[in-house]
Design a protein around this ligand. Structure first.
Ligand code: GLA
Length: 727
């Protein structure tokens, strides 16, 4: 049984294949966190110590002893008002504006299957794959209830958390801070790993020791952001890919967030994740609820690689949905870096013809096809086909491209509106803007108020009208600015808008994926600004970054791989010198890096390429079709970091019968040393054949000493070794 409740000690134990999570309702009704670690039997209450730490650690009135203080004790759901002066998960105010609450255990329920969340993305599973634990805490004075939800996927070592905050009282309660998950560690010296960056350089890994005080990353941008990703790990100081204890949190939400780690006065560590409190102040009238979006937790005592494998399996099969979850994705040519706004129907058909000749599957018409969109200063909101530019109807253009044997995809950015657009002229109040204040522009555009149903309905109708015109098989859903001005003309309280916006976005996306179940939706937000598990519920692949330079991409994809599967990464080969950083990387290496994403494609003018390059591309397309199942479904191994002399990574099938090892040479010296790539995860004792050379190798020796790369190499020389187990 993955979920066990011991009524005598009031202890909840969650077991997964390799982990155990335990909590206990104590004699005062507070829910203490006892343990999250290696799978264990028994009661871990002994880990909690009680001592009088002076009057500076406050005690609840009914504790009756100074040895009991929530300022010290490990908790499941710490909230403001108990004397715990560390960072709380919940902060509320009553109708008079007074802070504080006192939540104690009220009831619980264990049920089969995984809970869902109204209006929000969440991990899903078949009833026999998961269980749910619901623990309700209650504040009698406020009539406030918090239902803590735990979803358990035992085979995957995944535990999810969410919280439903309900006002069952008869007066307003305002939620000022709502975090979803917390892990209190009573002991341990840790490093924290987070992922930071900016537009065109997302998810660089940052690792440093947890010191006293709080370290927090997050987004106040109304999007999960290019700057910080809603994923965090706390790991042993000496944890590596394959050793050490590692805990991770991944937010299934695409709006503002906060992820924090705090070391307290007694060297205890608290890790937590949830909604950003910025411009958030959410009133609940009697009977109303607020759902704190889901966080995915996993633990490994065998290094970060296992954390990644657990998360990859979970997100691939239990977050991503629809037929594209399990199918090879089309290899595409995208018009953006090939032509930007400068295309016509005829030029797209010419690009498609060349793509067909090279063996690609789909042409994506990026920005520039609608309204008066001659540049990025106008027309967002006017989702009508510019037939003059295309030289005919969308239907005819798609037909011409289909006739070449290619599928057709289209770009949209529905959440935005340009001031120079018919939509804005007709409905200026549909944009988020503070009355009397000039709105702040981002890429010269404003954000539509998606918390309003009529706005969503309008977008739904406009988009359906486009998607119904032609055989559209792919949609790139973009979002290119932060939310700055928050004012909705219909909101009962402006403190609700940033959260309700996200509910609105998810509602619109849900309606579209239901109506068009066969369309492959790819997420995008100025590249990788909304690369999160929330979006993956609707878009099984996401454009990883606007930076298509293969060298930078290795860093970006490496960081991204810690918490997200490669199947979700859109990755394209673009022209050199790269348009963002001017770097030249040979086509072979550009191909290998892009082929390591599940959304592979090209984003350059194919017509200008010399014959030699065309031959290389034909070879890449052929190779990708062979390796694609490994990239989409395989286990991913980070064999080195992107800072090493050789950058290498690996995909292996779950049964380890097929393995693919990739390497790019970063450092070259005159008559240099031999470099070795060392694969992992092969079947011990087995022999493997390397398909390129036909040579057989022993798995154990390969995993011990590795395989030498050819000694004389050029910068960015790329190697791809494919092994098959000899059974
Ligand atoms: C964003 C995206 C790009 C491209 C442009 C179009 O920057 O990240 O891939 O679609 O918008 O305007």
């Amino acid at each position: 049984m993955p979920l066990v409740y011991d009524a005598e000690s009031k202890t909840f134990t969650i077991h997964t294949s390799n982990t155990t999570y335990q909590m206990q309702v104590d004699h005062l009704g507070y829910l203490l966190h006892l343990y999250y670690g290696t799978r264990s039997e028994g009661h871990m209450g002994y880990l909690v110590t009680y001592a009088d730490r002076s009057g500076m650690c406050a005690s609840p009135h009914d504790a009756g002893t100074r040895t009991y203080s929530l300022d010290v004790l490990p908790q499941e759901y710490p909230f403001q008002g108990t004397g715990d002066m560390r960072c709380p998960m919940l902060e509320v105010r009553d109708a008079e504006g007074t802070f504080g609450c006192d939540l104690r255990y009220a009831r619980h329920e264990i049920r089969s299957g995984k809970y869902g969340l109204p209006g929000l993305p969440a991990v899903y599973a078949a009833d026999d794959e998961a269980q749910t634990l619901s623990i309700t805490l209650r504040d009698e004075r406020l009539g406030l209830e918090v239902e803590l939800l735990y979803g358990v996927l035992p085979a995957l070592d995944i535990i999810t958390r969410a919280a439903v905050i309900t006002n069952t009282g008869d007066a307003r309660v305002t939620v000022e801070r709502a975090q979803t998950a917390c892990l209190d560690f009573v002991t341990g010296d840790f490093d924290v790993i987070s992922f930071n960056g900016r537009h065109a350089m997302e998810r660089r890994l940052d690792r440093h020791p947890v010191g006293n005080g709080a370290f927090s990353v997050g987004s106040r941008r109304g999007m999960s952001s290019n700057q910080y990703n809603p994923a965090m790990l706390v790991v042993d100081h000496d944890a590596t890919e394959t050793s050490g204890r590692c805990w991770s949190m991944t937010f299934v939400y695409s709006g503002g967030f906060e992820a924090q780690v705090e070391r307290d006065q007694f060297e205890q560590t608290r890790m937590q994740m949830g909604l950003s409190s910025n411009m958030f102040s959410y009133p609940l009238e009697p009977g109303e609820q607020l759902v704190a979006p889901e966080v995915i937790l996993t633990y490994s005592n065998a290094g970060m690689e296992r954390v990644s494998h657990n998360l990859h399996r979970c997100i691939r099969k239990h977050v991503c949905r629809g037929p594209w979850r399990d199918s090879p994705r089309p290899i595409l040519i995208n018009s953006w870096e090939a032509a930007y706004f400068d295309f016509t129907g005829d030029s797209l058909v010419r690009l498609a013809a060349k793509a067909a000749e090279l063996g690609l599957d789909m042409l994506v018409m990026d920005d520039g096809w609608f309204g008066n969109r001659i540049d990025d200063f106008r027309a967002l909101g006017d989702w009508t086909v510019n037939e003059e530019k295309l030289g005919g109807s969308l239907h005819d253009l798609v037909q011409r491209i289909n006739d070449l044997g290619l599928k057709f995809g289209i770009w949209v950015e529905p959440e935005m509106v340009s001031e120079d657009s018919d939509l804005y002229r007709a409905h200026p109040d549909w944009a988020l803007a503070v009355p009397g204040k000039e709105p702040v522009l981002g890429r010269d555009q404003l954000v539509l108020d998606l918390s309003r149903k009529e706005v969503r309905d309008n977008l739904f109708e406009q988009l359906c009208a486009v998607f119904d015109q032609a055989n559209i098989e792919y949609v790139k859903w973009d979002y290119n600015r932060s939310i700055v001005d928050v004012y909705s003309h219909v909101a009962s309280d402006q403190g609700k808008v940033v959260y309700d916006y996200m509910l609105g976005l998810y509602d619109l996306l849900e309606r579209l994926v239901q109506r068009y179940p066969n369309i492959l939706f790819e997420g995008c937000s100025a590249g990788g600004g909304r690369f999160d598990a929330g979006m993956m519920y609707y878009t099984p692949q996401i454009w990883t970054s606007d930076n298509t330079d293969a060298d930078n991409r290795m860093t970006i994809q490496y960081g991204t791989s810690f918490c997200y599967p490669c199947s979700a990464m859109g990755a394209h080969v673009s022209a050199c010198p790269n348009e963002i950083n001017g770097r030249d990387v040979p086509l072979g290496a550009r191909g290998l890096v892009a082929m390591s994403g599940g959304g592979f494609g090209y984003e350059l003018d194919l017509q200008e390429l010399p014959d030699r390059a065309c031959d290389i591309i034909r070879g890449q397309v052929e190779m990708y079709r062979e390796i694609e199942p490994l990239v989409r479904e395989g286990l991913f191994y980070r064999l080195t970091t992107p800072k090493d002399d050789i950058v290498s990574w690996e995909f292996a099938s779950e049964d380890a019968s097929k393995v693919m090892v990739c390497a790019i040479v970063m450092k070259v010296e005159g008559y240099g040393e031999a470099e070795y790539v060392v694969p992992r995860g092969l079947t011990p004792g087995a022999m493997y054949r390397e398909l390129g050379s036909g040579k057989a190798y022993a798995a154990d020796a390969l995993m011990d000493m590795g395989l030498p790369l050819p000694v004389s190499c050029a910068p960015y020389a790329n190697r791809l070794y494919r092994f098959e187990r000899i059974d």
